[in-house]
Design a binder for this molecule. Structure first.
Ligand SMILES: Cc1cc2nc3c(=O)[nH]c(=O)nc-3n(C[C@H](O)[C@H](O)[C@H](O)COP(=O)(O)OP(=O)(O)OC[C@H]3O[C@@H](n4cnc5c(N)ncnc54)[C@H](O)[C@@H]3O)c2cc1C
Length: 368
């Protein structure tokens, strides 16, 4: 069995790795640099709480793999199961959290509810005005710069061909599979996996499948290094788009959220943060950790991500073309899912079925 994986972000590199481990001959084709799309721009949050319930089985599969990542990949990708703390500032959000926690429990996600006394005792200086919080002890973060190259290198060591910096000029179905023409040669395989992220819509459209996907960029920033005081990833339960932050081991505090995403043109797909939005974002961050009031912000960035109209990804077999599979459009929360997506797609392609339910993510939901 052989397969071409198009797109060398987290989804493509993880799929290439797990397909190769299942004995599939894989060619991974990336038109630019491995891991340099949405993946490298990610905040790095490995968060299950608040996910659409249909994603929780996949998120559980992925979390198990994040825990094994260093062994599987032979490299530290800075996975830190520090726990994920979500602050609550009003009664409606507390109700939302409780009903979500009850529903999510059936899917294996346990959220501890903390009252203000517990919150302040366990996490001093975090959310002084919060009326409660949820804590998901097994979640955490990893380094978005390391994960794509780590999966690609592990796939190559296992036997995959990794072709990067290879602009693609044509992708077509032939009698025996798919042909992909690139600046570095022409490749053929019986199966094609579309992991082109925000650009996956264009590839699906070549095969008559339209997906309502738009390209946007969440806006991120990072502070100067500070003494390490904040252990968990911190976010907010809120109907509005709340802020979130984490402190990396080197001491910098990375933060995002709380402001609108920036519009990104699909081509060339370069996302630019808007400095005018920074003051509102900082004000929201200070509600989480007031002690950050006087620190210097050293960099802002964004990344081109594909947002599907119903906020769910596209995963599974094509509805029009035998041998074609899709895994794209992760709507700003694909980082946590990445290893699980790779192993689920590999199972689906190599074994013809997947033990993790993927039906809700089928591209055929847009066929009508
Ligand atoms: C700023 C930001 C912050 C985020 N924070 C989080 C977070 O904290 N937690 C979380 O879970 N998720 C987060 N996400 C989302 C997460 O990063 C993405 O969902 C995930 O990285 C998507 O991976 P991907 O492989 O699908 O896409 P990408 O990493 O974009 O990879 C797609 C690749 O396909 C290549 N490509 C495109 N067209 C072609 C073609 N025709 N042929 C070959 N290659 C092609 C591109 O060059 C690119 O490298 C964030 C995203 C952004 C932008």
């Amino acid at each position: 069995m052989d397969a071409i994986v198009l797109g060398g972000g987290l989804m493509g590199t993880a799929s290439a790795y797990f397909l190769t481990r299942r004995g599939v001959r894989v060619t991974l084709i990336e038109r630019a640099r491995i891991g340099a799309g949405a993946t490298v721009a990610s905040f790095g949050n490995i968060r299950r709480s608040g996910r659409h319930l249909s994603q929780l089985p996949l998120a559980a599969r992925s979390l198990a793999l994040w825990n094994e990542a260093e062994t599987l990949l032979g490299r530290d990708v800075e996975f830190q199961p520090t726990g994920h703390l979500r602050l609550i500032f009003d009664a409606d959000s507390l109700e939302d959290m409780r009903s979500y926690a009850q529903a999510a429990q059936a899917e294996g996600l346990v959220l501890d509810e903390l009252d203000p006394a517990e919150l302040h005792a366990r996490f001093p200086g975090i959310g002084p005005d919060a009326i409660a919080a949820s804590f998901s002890p097994r979640d955490g973060s990893a380094n978005p710069r390391l994960i794509g190259p780590a999966f690609a290198d592990a796939a190559a060591r296992a036997g995959a061909s990794v072709i990067d910096e290879a602009p693609v000029s044509d992708i077509r179905r032939t009698g025996t599979g798919f042909t992909v023409e690139t600046a570095k040669g022409t490749f053929h395989a019986a199966h094609l996996l579309n992991c082109a992220g925000a650009w996956g819509r264009a590839i699906a459209a070549r095969f008559g499948e339209d997906v309502p996907l738009e390209t946007w960029g969440p806006q991120m920033a990072v502070t100067e290094p500070l003494p390490h005081r904040i252990a968990p990833v911190v976010g907010v339960w809120s109907q509005a788009h709340g802020a979130y932050l984490r402190q990396v081991e080197r001491g910098n505090v990375v933060f995002g959220g709380a402001v609108d995403r920036v519009r990104v043109a699909e081509e060339p797909g370069y996302a630019r943060p808007d400095p005018a939005r920074l003051p509102a974002q900082v004000a929201a961050v200070l509600k989480l950790v007031p002690a950050l009031a006087d620190v210097a912000i050293i960099r802002q960035w964004s990344g081109c991500e594909g947002y599907v109209a119903d906020a769910l990804p596209v995963m599974g077999p094509s509805g029009t073309t035998p041998g074609l599979f899709h895994a794209f459009g992760f709507c700003g929360h694909g980082f946590q899912l990445g290893p699980g997506v790779g192993s689920a797609m590999a199972e689906l392609i190599a074994a013809g079925q997947c033990e993790t339910p993927l039906e809700d993510f089928s591209i055929t939901r847009f066929a009508a």
